[in-house]
Design a protein around this ligand. Sequence first.
Ligand SMILES: [Zn+2]
Ligand SMILES: [Zn+2]
Length: 86
Amino acid sequence: MSCGHPHAVACVQIHSWMWIYLDDELEPESAHEVVHHLEECPPCADAFSAEIIIRTRIRQSRETVQTPEGLYTRIFTQIQQTISDE
Ligand SMILES: [Zn+2]
Ligand SMILES: [Zn+2]
């Protein structure tokens, strides 16, 4: 993936840093390179925003999944109470 412009840091390098950057675990110096690169490279900026959208959806779907888990705990507690009542 390339926009055809020369960059101080290659697009391939930026993409290999993407997950680390989004996890907030990239060294500040490299993170600065990422931000600078995204400003001048629309294809990479698009890839990053697509990734952020996917990660947001995954987080939201995890939050939705937690409701049945809570329900399961309630049912399990009720079953335990029923057993101890006998
Ligand atoms: Zn790029
Ligand atoms: Zn580019």
